[in-house]
Design a binder for this molecule. Sequence first.
Ligand SMILES: *Cc1c(COP(=O)(O)O)cnc(C)c1O
Length: 412
Amino acid sequence: MQTQNQTEKTYQHNLYPDERGRFGDFGGKFVPESLMAALAELEAAYDESLTDEAFQAELRSQLSSFVGRPTTLHYVPRFSELVGSGVKIYLKREDLAHTGAHKINNALGQGLLAKRMGKKRIIAETGAGQHGVATATVCAMLGLDCIIYMGEVDIQRQSLNVFRMKLLGAEVRPVSSGTKTLKDAINEAIRDWVTNVETTFYLFGTAAGPHPYPRIVRDFQSVIGIEARKQILAQEGRLPDSIYACIGGGSNAIGIFYPFADAKEVKLIGVEAGGTSLEAGHHAATLVMGKPGVLHGTLSYLIQDEDGQVLDTHSISAGLDYPGVGPEHSYLKDTGRASYVSASDETALRGLQVLSRTEGIIPALESAHALGYVLEQGEKGLLTPNSLIVINLSGRGDKDMNTVAKALNVNL
Ligand SMILES: *Cc1c(COP(=O)(O)O)cnc(C)c1O
């Protein structure tokens, strides 16, 4: 049996990336020359923060009293029963974290880092608005200026989150270029950073982007896996057989996968958005259907056409609707350490309804992709009998009620 000490060591030990920010061939820094100095400054500040005891103590203290950590590892017997084959399923309850999802772990870590660097102006991108809300929340708490870039189409689709960000004191800047969605908002935030690099911290929302962001975001989200590893050892006396997590940019998944990466007997499975079908334009299953290419400063799998044009994506859950993915997942895919599958909109909707009815937990549509996938695998008899399974419940479903009602033809 592993001890708590070994668990801590796993986290401290940086398995990858290398000093160039590469995970195998993936990752790196594909950015304009004007940003190279800013990325180097960020990397140096981050490295210093790792051994700064005061910084680490403040991070631990705010994770506990502001975010509400540790979140529980919760056994779900009635859902397990429906999945069948005698499996035992635990949920890592990130839905219980402040603001209702895992995104706050990273927003808090980077917010504290910005403060440590003396940068008082924070910029961020957001798609569905969840990362914008987490960033605005942390900026309010730390007294930092907050500017959120958001596509005009997303602003219309997510008006409630726009209102939340404004209540929290953030300025929301509409982006009208391209498809007016997340990837255009990222382009605009990068442009702002190039112009205001002296005073500004770019608080990036997922485990993608140029080095050192994939590592920084992974490390701040690894609190999920570190807790889960201790909790499963305490509750079951052994490591799980498999861990499932949904994948948008890949931050909640890498956060729970990484502290188990050295435990080769634990299967790691990422579940992407299969949308309405796996035809181009109808899904966001980047690792399942994409090919390597460069987007937003990193080399990773990418949904693109023959000429390298980024293709449109679709998912019922706005948080998974991104054509790229973090480079560490591309590396885990190519080395075979993790495997990646997809679940359709319909499978996710089913996962959401079944968990709600059987366990009294309404999950986010994103997380419901992992739940629905496990449920259907179980029904098909494809899961290892009597196995111990952990599913990362990345967030709660309150934000998705309009989407779910519409999909079920219910008028609210
Ligand atoms: C944003 C979001 C995701 C997807 O982002 P990752 O970086 O892939 O984790 C998943 N679940 C919830 C609840 C989210 O808000």
